[in-house]
Design a protein around this ligand. Structure first.
Ligand SMILES: [Zn+2]
Length: 289
């Protein structure tokens, strides 16, 4: 079971620690990703899981989009308030042959792309923030985004330990809150460097509290919550059929004439929905009525 642990360190540092091993395992079995694509998808899903904890209301939805320039053009992850996360990667078979480990994904994503965070609060227009990527490592790019687009200092480190299978996936997010003291700020700066080894600590016997405390030896750690997150798709035949209907009457009639049926695949979970000629004719009548 994947979990996000939340803590307040000192009085003014917000920390979220993610163990997304199971979530990423599910995603990888759905999307059948190569090593590099696994790392890229894993980081994006973990990031969305962590950022989802910053949502305030039950109906809120957050989408993280990585737009790359090299082999991987798009990685998308969406989470709702309840921690149901879904995602996909445009190229599930990216390969960087000269890399022995998957700890550098910037070559597969490529420089010059951007990262965007869309928050849908159920209002007319979602809130969209975007910034260019500084490293194409995803975690550093998100930290950069928060610092410059939202004036919120943020430290983030994400990773995956892969042997034959996924051994461990997760990450950490640290944000100073307003009124941060100088001692807390100094501890935050130190932790920003030290969290580069987060995967070693996550892949050990240490508890979430011990891991967080290990980065902040001089400050008190108060654990404030434990939240389940999972890889679940909320697609349905009804939702996919409404999406298909948006092509319009003319297009639907053409599909009926040429193919006599339609197949739609959900990009998030690869479920294929089949619509017969009769289904399509019902859609046309519904649109024409
Ligand atoms: Zn789906």
């Amino acid at each position: 079971m994947s979990k996000i642990y939340s803590a307040i360190v000192g009085g003014h540092l917000r920390v979220y620690l993610a163990d997304t091993t199971d979530l990423v395992k599910t995603a990888v079995s759905v999307h059948r990703t190569s090593a590099v694509s696994t790392e890229a998808l894993s980081r994006t899903l973990t990031a969305a899981s962590l950022l989802g904890k910053l949502l305030k209301n039950k109906q809120d939805i957050l989408t993280l989009k990585v737009a790359g320039t090299n082999q991987i053009k798009t990685i998308l992850a969406t989470t709702n308030y309840s921690g149901h996360v879904k995602g996909y990667i445009s190229n599930n078979q990216a390969e960087i042959p000269y890399l022995s480990k998957t700890d550098r994904i910037s070559d597969a994503i490529g420089l010059g792309g951007n990262i965007s965070i869309v928050r849908d609060f159920g209002l007319k227009e979602p809130y969209v923030g975007i910034s260019h990527m500084i490293s194409a490592e995803i975690d550093e790019d998100i930290a950069f985004y928060f610092k410059y687009s939202e004036q919120q200092p943020t430290a983030m480190k994400l990773g995956t330990v892969v042997e034959e299978d996924i051994v461990c996936a997760g990450g950490i997010l640290i944000q100073p809150m307003p009124d941060v003291t100088s001692a807390e700020k100094a501890a935050y700066e130190r932790a920003t460097d030290e969290i580069s080894d987060i995967m070693n600590r996550l892949n050990s016997d240490q508890t979430a509290e011990e891991i967080i405390q290990s980065y902040f030896s001089e400050l008190s750690v108060m654990m404030t919550g434990e939240f389940e997150v999972d890889f679940t798709c909320d697609c349905s035949r009804d939702r996919i059929s409404r999406a298909l209907m948006t092509v319009g009457v003319e297009e639907l009639k053409e599909i009926i004439f040429v193919d006599q049926q339609a197949e739609m695949k959900c990009h998030f979970c690869n479920t294929i929905y089949h619509f017969s000629k009769e289904d399509l004719e019902d859609m046309v009548s519904a649109l024409e009525s």
